[in-house]
Ligand binder design. Structure first.
Ligand SMILES: [Zn+2]
Length: 244
């Protein structure tokens, strides 16, 4: 049995002999691992299309292990492999996808998010915008994975968090000023902004809002802490997100 699907190539791994395994993201089944026979050979047509971050149309043969039976490029995203900084940002998007477990029912949404983020990194002329897109992607993906932060109520006393300075406390979440301790202090416009990031679909508007509100430093700090709380280990590529 075989089926056709769109896919974004996440990474390639060695397999037996000249074969490779490709981890891909598909809109129907989420992440899949498929074998590409002889892909390590220089003459491989499959490997030519299955470049990192490429958006492709794949024919997948189902068996004991899924295998790539044919491939065509929809959008090669050469821009993402043409500069070190683009490659690094695109790799951090892929790293997030590989580490997060999005439920199957949300696979189409995950696919759309990754396509959107890759497109901003590839097409934008401003480094700052690219970095903001990666950060928007981080929050949306964690939320889709079931880690939607509570931005309405204090994590300790359940008081509403509206209109006051609030804090982020590691392993707890957002807390009100009543128990402010050694965590990150956040201006009162922070949570409304984060709310927009979590549900907003217009990425250009979100990036503009992030720049206008001048909360980049706090947003970076909270992004890093929230990610570490969820995944339990620091992400190397998140360091990159600081430079805006
Ligand atoms: Zn409280």
């Amino acid at each position: 049995m075989a089926f056709k699907t769109e896919a974004i190539v996440l990474r390639a791994r060695p397999y037996y002999g000249p074969d490779r395994i490709y981890d891909i993201l598909t809109p129907r089944e989420g992440k899949l691992s498929v074998i590409a026979r002889s892909a390590a050979r220089t003459s491989s047509k499959l490997a030519g299309h299955l470049q990192p971050f490429a958006h492709v149309r794949l024919m997948i043969g189902r068996g004991r292990q899924d295998h790539a039976a044919g491939v065509a490029t929809i959008h090669g995203f050469q821009e993402l492999r043409a500069s070190v900084s683009n490659f690094f940002l695109a790799s951090s998007l892929v790293e997030l996808v590989l580490r997060c477990n999005v439920p199957g029912a949300a696979a189409a949404h995950e696919f759309l998010l990754l396509s959107k983020a890759l497109r901003v990194v590839a097409d934008s002329e401003r480094q700052k915008e690219k970095v903001l897109a990666v950060r928007i992607f981080l929050w949306k993906l964690l939320s889709l994975s079931g880690w939607h932060p509570n931005i309405e109520q204090c994590a300790r006393c359940r008081k509403p968090l509206t209109g006051t300075v609030h804090w982020y406390e590691d392993l707890q979440g957002f807390i009100c000023s009543d128990h402010a301790s050694g965590s990150v202090a956040l201006p009162n416009e922070f949570l409304p902004f984060l709310g927009h990031v979590l549900i907003g679909e217009d990425w250009q508007a979100l990036m503009l809002e992030a720049e206008e509100r001048r909360i980049s430093k706090e947003w970076f700090e909270v992004s890093q802490r929230f990610y570490q709380d969820v995944i339990s280990e620091p992400i190397v590529s998140l360091k990159m997100l600081a430079y805006v």
